[in-house]
Design a protein around this ligand. Structure first.
Ligand SMILES: Nc1ncnc2c1ncn2[C@@H]1O[C@H](COP(=O)(O)OP(=O)(O)OP(=O)(O)O)[C@@H](O)[C@H]1O
Ligand SMILES: [Mg+2]
Length: 268
């Protein structure tokens, strides 16, 4: 890890027009930065603007106010140094799994044998080695999600933006994939912003966790995860300090209180 900032949001605000024609502030004045080699998780209630932020970082959406930067350059559209995995990542149904994984790499001008080698290695790593010649509809939801992750990693970007990459996989597979991702990130020294609803996932995979408020989403807390072995989330799970971090995040997110209790708390 170095002090070089790879990903930065400066005062990002995003407004949308809702179904009734009213303006809705999805995220408000968000500032955040992720340093080289750092893995940062972003957590927050549903609808607080996490995916919106990720879309802005990937260049798919322009913010209403403020700016996002990758390697000091303002994001103005999709950028070869960033790979993203969207919450609803679609595979191209007419392409095989192997061709889907190679998709992002095609525009980079890498020769076909090298592209294929990379894609096959990734599919093997994600336990999909036998499915290279299958089509997306022949795979389960969790398998398709793994293909989407392989496609993101195949691009070999400096910055990875991952929106709930494991939300559709079963609990056991999720643990295996978390370890695969953690090892890949550590080995390659990549920088990542990871959106998740799974607090344990956030703590075991990250160097820092950022907490967002309800809409309009703002960053209300930041926790530095001071634990060893970021490349081994399974080992981290055994560390009793993990529970302390998770408890603090639950508190910050106000989990465990009914809306009425929350309102009473706010008045007190
Ligand atoms: N294209 C759009 N047009 C209008 N409103 C939008 C659009 N995209 C997002 N929103 C609204 O912005 C808010 C934030 O949405 P976003 O998808 O970023 O939330 P999220 O934090 O990712 O939620 P979740 O955890 O459920 O995925 C929501 O109220 C959503 O309805
Ligand atoms: Mg989302």
């Amino acid at each position: 890890m170095s002090d070089v900032v790879r990903l930065e949001y400066r005062n990002v605000t995003m407004r949308f027009v809702d179904g009734t024609g009213n303006s809705l502030v999805a995220v408000q004045q968000v500032c955040l930065s992720v340093r080289d080699g750092e893995v940062v998780s972003l957590i927050g209630p549903s609808g607080c603007g996490k995916s919106t932020l990720l879309n802005i970082g990937s260049g798919l959406t322009a913010p209403s106010e403020g700016e996002a930067f990758i390697d000091g350059e303002r994001v103005e559209g999709p950028n070869a140094h960033v790979a993203f995995m969207l919450q609803k990542d679609l595979l191209l149904p007419w392409r095989t799994i192997l061709q889907n994984v190679m998709f992002g790499v095609e525009i980079q001008g890498i020769p076909l044998p090298e592209r294929e080698r990379r894609a096959k290695t990734l599919l093997d790593t994600l336990n999909l080695g036998e499915f290279g010649n299958h089509y997306p509809h022949q795979l389960s939801g969790g398998m398709r999600q793994r293909v989407a992750l392989a496609r993101t990693l195949a691009v070999d970007p400096t910055v990875l933006l991952l929106d709930e990459p494991f939300s559709a996989v079963d609990a056991q597979t999720r643990i295996v994939l978390q370890r695969e991702l953690a090892q890949t990130l550590k080995r390659s020294g990549k920088t990542a912003l990871l959106i998740t609803h799974d607090l344990l996932e956030a703590v075991t995979l990250s160097d820092r966790v950022l907490v967002m408020s309800r809409r309009p989403g703002r960053i209300i807390d930041e926790i530095a995860v001071d634990l060893p072995q970021r490349d081994d989330p399974i080992a981290r799970r055994q560390d009793p300090r993990v529970n302390q971090y998770v408890s603090r995040l639950m508190e910050r997110l106000d989990i465990g209180h009914t809306p009425a209790e929350r309102a009473a708390g706010a008045q007190a």
